[in-house]
Design a protein around this ligand. Sequence first.
Ligand SMILES: Nc1ncnc2c1ncn2[C@@H]1O[C@H](COP(=O)(O)OP(=O)(O)OP(=O)(O)O)[C@@H](O)[C@H]1O
Ligand SMILES: [Mg+2]
Length: 293
Amino acid sequence: MQETGSAAAAATVHQQGCSFPGSAAVPGLAPPALTLRGVEKGYPLGGGRRLEVLRGIELEVASGEIVVIVGGSGCGKSTLLRIIAGLEPRERGTIAVGDRAVGGPGPDCGMVFQEHRLFSWLNVEQNVAFGVPDLSAAEQQRTVAEHIALVGLGGFERAYPHQLSGGMSQRVALARALAPRPRVLLLDEPFGALDALTKLRMQAELLRIWQAEQSTFLLVTHDVEEAIYLGSRIVVLSGRPGRVQRVLDVTLERPRERTSPEFSALRRSVLSELLAEERDAAFAPPASGAFES
Ligand SMILES: Nc1ncnc2c1ncn2[C@@H]1O[C@H](COP(=O)(O)OP(=O)(O)OP(=O)(O)O)[C@@H](O)[C@H]1O
Ligand SMILES: [Mg+2]
């Protein structure tokens, strides 16, 4: 990728093929919040065939970072998050959340999905409490109240999901995921279903929450502007099989000005990278007859 002057000023680009393209680790310091080494995944398709989805994923996420993954539809972003969350097995490679080798779900790794996935029969308070089942009653009450306030929903404690807007529901989902204070929060297109204005507001809110909680986020999005607005680094995945194609450090000061020349230049760079990928591979058909049983 050829960087323009201002995009180069706003981002440092790591090309695939460096020793460790997703590396953020500093020797001598605490382990990264998240470490992925050689992660591979495919799905059996019957008849001995296999759909290769992820290949050789290497990534480290340092504590306090927001790392954003972008990539064409079907390149394996959601699969990667599910594998990191321990919701799905990988075929090869290792994953660690802090020092814990991931072999299944753990309270140190939370997840927020595109749709809020709240329990319709529980109110806001009860939905958030679901995230911290092991606390004493008093401790649970305190944590729930704290996180409802954190996402700006004070006064809605007794409301049920059908009484909330899409943005409010996503706030509850965020509160539920953050309540156990996970070491890493995975977010899979959390604002994908929201209207444009609510989405902008939620991005600013997410940034505020990240700063307040000193959290570590790994976020998937289709929205390049969202990636640049939020990301400490942007990881561009290539088309299927998903591989780490580029890692860009976003060095713009926060809060980022979406209309600044540096922001626009960076957006052009990421977009052209993605468009090239889309053209080349994201919609490449699987091997002939792959989905026949
Ligand atoms: N259970 C499954 N069995 C077989 N193939 C699957 C399964 N789950 C996902 N896939 C395939 O894995 C590939 C990656 O899917 P995934 O949902 O991770 O993509 P994605 O990058 O999140 O796409 P999008 O941006 O559209 O959400 C797709 O080609 C899909 O067909
Ligand atoms: Mg997805």
